[in-house]
Design a protein. Structure first.
Length: 348
């Protein structure tokens, strides 16, 4: 079938198909740990199959969300600490899904790099699998793209999407009204938004990623790679009480821009900044960068990673459910007539 010439191969062009196949085999055990009712096939096919009826749904509405990790990846690449960045990827998608009232069902990732490092990629995808396990989503597929000339050195990019479902009529937000109480769930740090500013502030500080962290034990890089908290299971438990009218995942835009996404016309939020203490990471960022409080509140989560809009007469019940699930809960304020978010008190 050939003329005997030793021509160029795909490997000569920088793409190692064998390495890609080896990666699939190495991550199959991690993916298998995420299996849940509804999964119909493992990795390796042309698509992932999922049976909604087997998952227990009768009249489901599907919800999809996609996201990436942003420039937080730069810190993971520069430090070589890639073990938790996959958790961030999953969290950014599934935390959005639950805000619609949906239970995450499955997840797929897209990993692109110039030269595939199988060990590195395995660590990243095992992190994705941990995030899926913690949120009840099955890792049913993905794509590894080796693209020489597109990514320099050891650079890579990471994106993903998740699909969830709810029974028809369970869509959120619904019923948000004046007097609803805002329950904030504490964040685990910066999560995965605002890292272009974080990196600029670190540059201004003169510190390297391996420097001692100014606000906690360990290195600065490790502290800033603390993964995004997964709120799925506590949020679903709260939703099951019937007292939750809406949820806001506090990502890019902070409290100032994400809370209004839940509000119907004619309603706003009043948030009391004196109800919680600003976490040390945000104090350091604000002080080092000379940030105004308003900028902090519209860039970072400020210590509140998820906010629930709860019926005023059921607040204690929902607090108990969330605290039993391990969340730190704060009554941040309430829904008022008006528009947007107004603040009282001070964080800084």
């Amino acid at each position: 079938m050939g003329d005997g010439k030793n021509g160029l191969t795909y490997a000569d062009a920088g793409v190692d198909i064998d390495a890609g196949n080896a990666l699939v085999e190495r991550i199959k055990p991690a993916a298998k740990r995420t299996n849940r009712p509804g999964v119909m096939a493992g990795l390796g096919g042309f698509g992932g199959l999922f049976d909604l009826k087997a998952a227990g749904f009768k009249d489901p509405v599907l919800v999809a969300a996609t996201d990436g990790v942003g420039t937080k990846l730069r810190i993971a690449i520069d430090t070589g600490n890639v073990d938790s960045i996959g958790v961030d990827l999953v969290a950014m998608c599934v935390n959005d899904l639950v805000c619609q009232g949906a239970e995450p069902l499955f997840f797929l990732d897209y990993f692109a790099t110039g030269k595939l490092d199988t060990d590195q990629a395995t660590r990243i995808i095992e992190g994705i699998a941990r995030g899926c396990e913690a949120s009840g989503a099955a890792l049913i597929g993905g794509e590894t793209a080796e693209m020489p000339g597109m990514y320099a050195g050891g650079d890579f990019d990471l994106a993903g999407f998740s699909v969830g479902a709810m029974e028809r009529g369970g869509e959120l937000p619904a019923g948000v009204c004046e007097g609803d109480v805002l329950l904030g769930l504490a964040s685990d740090g910066v999560h995965s938004n605002g890292y272009s500013l974080v990196r600029r502030i670190v540059d201004l500080s003169g510190l390297g990623w391996d420097a001692d962290c100014p606000w906690q034990p360990g290195t600065l890089g490790a502290a800033l790679l603390t993964p995004t908290r997964l709120y799925v299971k506590p949020a679903l438990a709260a939703i099951s009480t019937g007292a939750v009218h809406g949820l806001a995942h506090i990502t890019g835009g902070g409290l100032s821009e994400n809370l209004p996404r839940v509000l119907p016309a004619g309603l706003g939020c009043q948030v009391d900044l004196d109800t919680w203490e600003l976490a040390p990471v945000f104090r350091w960022l604000a002080k080092t960068g000379g940030m105004a409080e308003a900028e902090l509140l519209k860039t970072f989560n400020g210590g509140q990673g998820m906010v629930l809009f709860v019926s005023g007469d059921k607040v204690s019940e929902v607090e108990t459910v969330l605290q039993s699930a391990g969340e730190t809960v704060t009554r941040l304020g309430h829904v008022i007539k008006g528009e947007g978010v107004t603040y009282k008190g001070a964080l800084l």
